[in-house]
Design a protein around this ligand. Structure first.
Ligand code: ZN
Ligand code: CA
Length: 400
């Protein structure tokens, strides 16, 4: 089964360079893979080794291919090169300090049932405060509405999380500072002129977000406006400024490659932001309610943090809509009390068509739970149901 006709697949798999090759093209790709975190920086960078397709380069290409779900060959083929050249965010896909050898070994297991689907792989730590201030310190000559566009991008994250954002007019007291920069602008990550790298954002608590002024920026909030979509890119970069790393799923905002017109957070983005900024139960609150949704057979997740260990009761309620109206007898949805303090709670159902082997995250977990812990993670999911959309609320009730 192939996405492409055999002839097209063959063209895409055509090898441009492979291990042992040498040349300026190899050096350029190596430089790019180093910048994105796939190739180890430092070591010998003399001219002799810079343009050689060595074993590190093969591993870097293999990691890039695995990261983006391409056929993993370690050879630089047409489709790999094509993806490498697409307009994207300048932030590394793999952060500094990650053991590339261990990652190379573990990527083989990605997507297996035992993998936890509820984590972004390379998040940084969060901000301490949920109440953040930002400044837009300059504008772009391309636009008149860049500040409103950036305001709207912050509101996309505010709508899906407990975070609250306020724009301020001075650098003093601003947690996040956004602006337009060109070329080498003094932060160690120079921009590259028109195309390819569009922007970058630094993790907490650095707070800098830069857009490449060499791009032609347009306001896409109300539809296709040509040029580069500032609203889309701003939502993505603010994600970094809040602590999110890149996602490997191409439906997400945090996917590294630009997608003009994409302005909605995907489930994975929402899980990511809530993993960093869970809803907090107030010290005096008796009950805390969180809302979850899951479109077209996906899953939703929300995390509640009591701030300390408490005795609690947790339960969820759901409803669903079948867009196709063809209810099957095994259509269903469930709102699980999925993890308490990061640990899976005991499963009540496994196996069959929709649930995994005993102990797997795809099991069904109790709809009500009484116990002791600090954090409670709810999960909303549907069964046999790529057409089912589910909506639910999770409630935790402090008992002490
Ligand atoms: Zn990015
Ligand atoms: Ca650029």
């Amino acid at each position: 089964m192939s996405k492409y006709p055999a002839e097209r697949a063959q063209q895409l798999a055509k090898i441009v360079h492979r291990e042992g090759a040498r040349g300026a093209g190899v050096a350029l790709v190596k430089q790019l893979l180093t910048r994105l975190g796939y190739h180890p920086a430092g070591g010998k960078t003399d001219l002799y080794s810079a343009d050689l397709y060595d074993a590190d380069m093969t591993r870097a290409v293999r990691l890039f291919q695995a990261y983006f779900h391409l056929p993993v060959t370690g050879n630089l083929d047409v489709q790999t090169l094509k993806l490498l050249r697409q307009p994207r965010c300048g932030v590394r896909d793999i952060p500094e300090g990650v053991d590339l050898k261990a990652l190379d070994e573990s990527l083989g297991n990605a997507g297996s049932e035992t993998d936890d689907p509820f984590t972004f792989r390379f998040n940084s730590g969060p901000w301490e405060s949920y109440d953040l201030r930002y400044q837009v310190y300059n504008g772009s000559p391309d636009l008149t509405t860049e500040v409103e566009c950036i305001d709207a991008a912050f509101q996309v994250w505010a709508a899906a999380s407990p975070l609250h954002f306020t724009r301020v007019n001075t650098a003093d007291g601003a947690d996040i500072r956004l602006g337009f920069e060109s070329g080498d602008h003094g932060d160690g990550s120079p921009f590259d002129g028109p195309g390819h790298i569009l922007a970058h954002g630094f993790y907490p608590r650095n707070g800098r977000v830069h857009f490449d002024e060499a791009e032609t920026w347009r306001d896409w909030r109300f539809g296709d406006a040509g040029g580069e979509d500032l609203f889309h890119v701003a939502i993505h970069e603010i994600g970094h400024a809040l602590g999110l790393g890149h996602s490997r799923l191409d439906s997400t905002i945090m996917y590294p490659f630009a997608h003009n017109g994409r302005h909605a957070l995907a489930e994975e983005d929402i899980r990511g932001i809530l993993s960093l900024y869970p809803f907090r139960a107030g010290a005096s609150a008796r009950a805390t309610v969180v809302n979850l949704w899951a479109f077209a057979g996906g899953t939703g997740s929300a995390l509640v943090d009591f701030g300390r260990r408490r005795r609690f009761l947790a339960f969820g309620q759901t409803t669903f809509v079948d867009a196709l109206g063809d209810y099957d007898r095994d259509n269903a949805c469930a709102l699980d009390v999925f993890r308490v303090d990061g640990e899976l709670v005991g499963n009540v159902g496994y196996g069959g068509d929709h649930l995994g082997t005993n102990g797997a995250p795809s099991n069904l977990f109790p709809g009500a739970y009484i116990g002791v812990g600090r954090t409670v993670q709810f999960r909303l999911s549907t069964f046999h149901s790529s057409d089912l959309s589910a909506y639910g609320s999770g409630c935790v009730l402090a008992l002490d």
